[in-house]
Ligand binder design. Sequence first.
Ligand code: SDX
Length: 428
Amino acid sequence: MAEIAKLQIGDRAYEFPVTKGSENELAIDIKTLRGVSGGVITIDPGYKNTGACKSAITFLDGEKGVLRYRGYSIEDLAEKADFLEVSYLLIFGELPSQDQLSKFHSDIKDNAIVDDDVRKILDAFPKTAHPMGILSSLTSALTAFNPSSVNVDSDEEMYRAIVKIMGKLPVLVSWAMRKINGLPLNYGSNSLGYVENVMSMMFSKPNEEYTVNPIVRDALNKLLILHADHEQNCSTSTVRIVGSSHAGLFASLSAGISALWGPLHGGANQAVLEMLEAIKEDGGDTKKYMAKAKDKNDPFRLMGFGHRVYKNFDPRAKIIKVAANQVLNDLGIDDPILDVAKSLEQEALNDPYFVDRKLYPNVDFYSGIIYRAMGIPVEMFTVMFALGRLPGWIAQWKEMRLGKEPIGRPRQIYTGETLREFKNIAQR
Ligand code: SDX
């Protein structure tokens, strides 16, 4: 029997249906609330208790530290799958057959050339420009070179927009990094796999043959998979709400990249490394930074700790921590930053402030250590997060548009001045 939620406001009682998801999550469906109550709404800053949509893409259980893409566990996917396979799974709902995967990759390669005029926009940025700003701008600029309005009811048009951005975004990512490193732009090679080609575009030098390091390739593949989707986080919600106005896919993704840039969200992986570096420079004084993180008068937060949903270990952090050790060992790198990270983690896991607030390491705490081992500049870390999150954003945008969802438009409770008379300036 469907559950009912009862609400009493003053002397009036209301009933609302309760909806249940496939993992038995319950939500009170309040879409009639304002109408039946004469204007009463709910309010929930940061939407901590509010679902924006129903979605069949990613399931996470913050209490149990569970994360699944289309029903497959993140542990299985990170261990056994390839990033392009996982991208196909998120976007189309099923793991691809070999033929489907080969066709997907071939269509992506056929659409990976970026109009050369986009280089002129890139050239206009100062060398000091943050690559997240560059990526967001160039992604939006792609609209100028590709039809912005996608007829989502046409499978062909939707598919073409998907393979275009899956092909072009890695090029823009590599161009942003090559600009930082002062290297000529390039396209890698169509003879390479998707992840291998990202590496080639990012790292190859014009005067030498590029060989893919399998250790780095596997670590990057894992990192991209672990970042691929995470249900209704800040940047994904941005992609969905921008897309709900029927703005184009590329414009919606550009907005999502900007949202991800913030240090409370994807920008945290850069902030974690800068924090660990500061602690190392400070002689490894983790206690000083723990005290700062707990001091309410200090805006400093322990970057890479805490999560809106995970009130247990972020399962991605567990996987990345093991991978960080492995990559550094395999590459023969002895990075003291890893030791600082581990001692900071131990301190936090035993500190009542963090334990009481269920603040555990999140996906960003260890990822930067691997990116650094790969030779990726710290300001590129969030760009790598965006590259991983691309298929998730696409899948969520597609689900929202195909679901014919209404334009997102939250309400508010007004707390400003009530009506007052205008005064001429002479009277003020
Ligand atoms: C990502 O949503 C997603 O799914 C995001 C993401 C994804 O894949 O898309 O997982 C990726 O963004 C991971 C999060 C990366 N951000 C950081 O590492 C930045 C540091 N962490 C935070 O600022 C914070 O934990 C958030 C923003 C991640 C979550 O904030 P919440 O859930 O809104 O928690 P809160 O701000 O309400 O804090 C609750 C308490 C507060 O203290 P009290 O008021 O109860 O005394 O915990 C404290 C906070 O001050 N707190 C921290 C802290 N995080 C929360 N104190 C010190 N250091 C921290 N990192």
